[in-house]
Design a protein around this ligand. Sequence first.
Ligand code: AMP
Length: 420
Amino acid sequence: MSTFSAPKGTYDLLPPDSATFLAVREAISAPLKRSGYGYVETPGFEQVELFSRGVGESTDIVTKEMYTLTTKGGDQLALRPEGTASVLRAALQANLHKAGVLPVKLWYSGSYYRYERPQAGRYRHFSQVGAEAIGAEDPALDAELIILAVDAYTSLGLSNFRLLLNSLGDKVCRPVYRAALQDFLRALDLDEETRRRIEINPLRVLDDKREAVQKQLAGAPLIADHLCEACKAYHEQVRELLTAAGVRYEDDPKLVRGLDYYTRTTFEFVHDGLGSQSAVGGGGRYDGLSEMIGGPALPSVGWALGVDRTVLALKAEGIELELPPATQVFAVPLGEEARRVLFATVTELRRAGIAADFAFGGKGLKNAMKSANRSGARFAVIAGERDLTEGVVQLKNLESGEQIPVALDTVVAELQAKLA
Ligand code: AMP
């Protein structure tokens, strides 16, 4: 062991488990790639203010959880705690919204950082795949994104997840609701910090997980009863489109989520096998965010799905993904000449698209065969001096144990045929 270990709240992704992570990222992004979403990558850090303005001055993410730093040049930067603000910033900076047709549809994948109290499923460094559709107000777009997330989970074989759905209203009805909620909350018996929150962002009080608070919230006014006609009609269309696509959802009138920028459609995916950190993904519409960060009015919608928790959800459901084998053929040379010849064969196999590996480090036969078996390969190609003088190699089926000599110059074609 080294003197160092991974920082608190983080973990290393190592083979073989890391292959599942890659497959989950791939499975989440696959539906996006065939739906017009283009890949975007932004820096791991941004100006602090992008997040304080974008995510919200009163959110836990900004007030408590951001990793901030001052550069030698005096810039205030933050490791990105989420993806939406950065992606929108990038789209605005590159004028993507002016360049072509709206919406601009983007997807991303990467690491995010939040200084949270670590526990199972909650880390300080975690991984998300996200999607944003920028510059269109259309219930079909909200429905599209939700359907694509459901399809991603389903393609992984997951079934024990639920979709919670709500509408947070818009700039017409939200302020009226906000005032009604504030009146209700001010009359409750709450601690100092929560009372402050009532004044800054009362909707977030609904999100309070403490039982003593939840009890008092029983009769709280709900946004559903305050939606304006336009928001009601919009939400109804989203629901109809989801139903038509066979997507089941649960109305959750208290779903507000931890970021300030959401308007209208909000949703969260929860998995029932994960204990307290049950949210595997979430998102919603953020019609005002562009203006909040200095851009034009660009109504938009997006989501981010947590890769770490999706992997945990697979484990909770006992799902093992069928992954392509890391190694299909393992070469075992006996002697110097065989090393040279089989190394060339391995290169040729790889160029022919076959996953091949080699007994490096001049191992003896016994150790080399151990490596071959551990690699998970279906075949070993073994050769010694005598084989080579006869122009053959030994092709061993590692599942059946059967071994046959094959002419050296046909072994690549032979393996291609056997592995096809
Ligand atoms: P959010 O940006 O908070 O809406 O998070 C979207 C998704 O990212 C969540 O549903 C989780 O799956 C994942 N996520 C958020 N925070 C963490 C964390 N600290 N550790 C692991 N996954 C997280």
